[in-house]
Design a protein around this ligand. Structure first.
Ligand code: URA
Length: 211
């Protein structure tokens, strides 16, 4: 993986589901279901180069060596609260993955990330971490989360979002040029309130129906 990598997940199924999610009349139930589906599709792309090892199995005809993923080495770290919405779909694809949580909220005036919770598995140096947050807006939360996770010395680290703003991508890569970002879209800009436009609104509110 080269420095400052942004992988745009342009698969038509991902793009179609994102179009439905962006629409303001999409219900909470549909938004959640679409996020579940899109996160499964994104997991497929994000894990394209996941390490495999050979295991011995018995087919009905003979013994063979066959590739297997060590899912337990994968840690999905959700940035709360919206990152939580990405988890179920990803876990459906990698059911044995471990899960970490980082609680960050955006101070509404400074837009800076403030941490209130952090829990990840032990032995991070043997694990590949995928950080999940649907919206890479200012990049402050993403930078703070990756700072914190890097301190646990994971074997590898990647960041997955649905939408990224150009400002957020620049900010993130100014701090973490070594961490690849996977995104379904790069939108035009941030507005004065730090929202991505055209965007899809507040991801947390749309997932949890809090507005
Ligand atoms: N967080 C969101 O949920 N939406 C945005 O547009 C920006 C940050």
């Amino acid at each position: 993986m080269t420095d400052s990598t942004v992988i745009h997940l342009a698969h038509p199924l991902i793009q179609h589901k994102l179009t439905l999610m962006r629409q303001k009349d999409t219900s909470t139930m549909s938004f959640r279901r679409l996020l579940h589906e899109i996160s499964m599709l994104m997991a497929y792309e994000v894990l394209r180069d996941a390490p495999v090892h050979m295991i011995e199995i018995e087919t009905p005809l003979e013994t063979m060596q066959s590739p297997a993923i060590d899912g337990k080495k994968t840690v999905l770290v959700a940035i709360m609260r919206a990152g939580q919405g990405f988890l179920d779909g990803m876990l459906e694809v990698v059911p044995s993955a471990r899960v970490g949580h980082i609680g960050l909220y955006r101070d509404p005036t400074t837009l800076q990330a403030v941490e209130y919770y952090f829990k990840v598995p032990q032995d991070m140096s043997e694990r590949d971490v995928i950080v999940l947050d649907p919206m890479l807006a200012t990049g402050n939360s993403a930078v703070a989360a990756v700072d914190r996770i890097k301190a646990t010395r994971p074997r590898s680290l990647r960041f997955v979002c649905l939408l990224a703003a150009p400002e957020g991508l620049r900010h993130f890569h100014a701090h973490h040029a070594d961490v690849p970002i996977y995104t379904a879209a790069i939108d035009r800009e941030l507005n004065d309130h730090g929202y991505i436009v055209p965007g899809l609104g507040d991801a947390g509110d749309r997932i949890f129906g809090t507005k």
